[in-house]
Design a protein around this ligand. Structure first.
Ligand SMILES: C[S@@+](CC[C@H](N)C(=O)[O-])C[C@H]1O[C@@H](n2cnc3c(N)ncnc32)[C@H](O)[C@@H]1O
Length: 159
């Protein structure tokens, strides 16, 4: 299975970086995963709503340019659909059985993600109603994808 994660912004904290790298290493036997980083737009700390939308729009264009053609697009956002890990595993398993060439997960930057990207997504996925920083979200996502493969293969990990 080809899985892309398109993420806005860099991983700056070493402890997130190490965790993400560990799961990417573990995932190598299960899938072909690429992490594609797009740069975040430089923005002042205080932004008007109009400026915030403009930043997210510019980041959205960079994201769009990186989406693999024909990919099933899953955008992470707080208001999306919530799954438990077993449901998420079955959902991804069905996607792979239905012959999708790839799955693309999208994680927004510190300001969030544009409506354009949300609207072109096949699924909006929420990990809870709480807001997580984008670096932590990337770590949680790779861990949950690893968990999905362990569940799909019936291998011990999930309880
Ligand atoms: C710091 S958050 C952005 C917060 C922004 N105020 C918003 O409402 O989207 C950065 C990114 O992490 C992801 N994210 C954060 N919390 C999430 C959650 N509970 N479920 C799904 N994605 C989340 C989203 O992709 C979001 O764009």
């Amino acid at each position: 299975m080809n899985i892309d994660i398109i993420a806005v912004g860099k991983i700056k904290e070493r402890f997130f970086d190490e965790g993400i790298k560990e799961y990417l290493k573990r995932l190598k036997v299960y899938c072909n995963m690429r992490i594609i980083e797009v740069s975040d737009e430089k923005a002042p700390e205080k932004l008007s709503e109009k400026e915030r939308l403009e930043v997210m729009h510019s980041e959205g264009i960079k994201i769009m340019n990186k989406i693999r053609k024909g990919s099933f697009i899953i955008t992470l956002c707080i208001e999306g659909k919530q799954f438990d890990s077993l449901e998420f595993a079955h959902y991804l398993e069905n996607l792979s059985i239905s012959g999708n060439p790839s799955i693309t997960f999208i994680i927004g930057g510190s300001l969030g993600i544009s409506e354009d990207i949300k609207n072109l997504s096949n699924l909006k996925l929420s990990f809870s109603k709480m807001t997580f920083p984008h670096q932590l979200m990337r770590l949680v996502l790779v861990e949950q994808i690893y968990r999905v493969f362990k569940i799909m293969k019936g291998e011990p990990y999930h309880k």
